[in-house]
Design a binder for this molecule. Sequence first.
Ligand code: VTB
Length: 336
Amino acid sequence: MSENNQAGHEAELIEHPDRNLAMELVRATEAAAIRAVPWIGRGNKNAADGAAVDAMRKFLATVEFQGEVVIGEGEKDEAPMLFNGEVVGNGRGPLCDIAVDPIDGTSLTAAGRQNAISVIAVADRGSMYNPKEVFYMEKIVTGPAGKGIIDLERPIGENITALAEALGKHVEDMTVAVLDRPRHEQLIQDIRASGAGTELMLDGDVAGGINAALQNGRIDMCVGIGGTPEGIITACAIKGLDGVMQGRLYPRNDEERSNAVNAGHELGRVLTADDLVRTDNTFFVCTGVTDGGLVRGVNRERDNITTDSVVLRARSGTFRRVTAVHRADKWLGDDA
Ligand code: VTB
């Protein structure tokens, strides 16, 4: 973009500011996180998820948009609420696709571990890639410095070296986030062989991807095989951070392979953030359930409940941290 165009674009934002849907959506992730709190460390992940889903749905009903759940809690017969295909919102306003993960990290929450978040991503209707045929996706995510540099088809060591050079860092100072899974044994060895260090995540590669895309963060890159739905949610956030993301479907078996081909997916193709969300009009919000590297968990102190959230809008490129202090008596009534 030329300097003039850029100035024109900025002026446009000031002359004709439009709505930031994410500023309203954050209430829904806050509510889900708060409602999950009684279930932290209680060993019951379904109860934690149920409480979060219920709260998220109630708050989504207040938002002026017509969101169709593209990534939700599953098919209608197995998920009573926020099921795929469900229409959420107050029935007016823009037509959107919505991806929800009321708790990314239900096992973390049930165990009382760190890094559980509540997440919502929204984009124009019909723009989100349909993740349902193949459970897993290989992913690579970096900040803006990775543009034109990283390539999922190159060996990981080459990607790390090239990104380190672009960042002006020593490879030894690079940190790569990876889900801690047996399937990543070789990948982890290869990362360490390049000279970089790993940050192994128990769950939650959405937060890992965002941390990698944030500039001046502790993590430089997030790689590995994670859920396909999480990949699309991450792509919505990455667009707001001007980061880079590539993904490739990773079928578990022949059935997934043939379902994917029948659905028109080209297996083996490297998908960019633009393939995963075919619009630049994306919104992303997350609120910490338990403490983590991206956001702090819900904190109850005397009469107050504090939540920590991230609010992203791709069109403007704004990244907000929202700390909200909620009155415990309003949320818990007589139990406060
Ligand atoms: C990841 C992770 C999620 O699913 O996408 C993962 O980010 C992929 O599946 O938090 P596996 O657990 O089988 O590796 C989660 O762990 C849970 O949704």
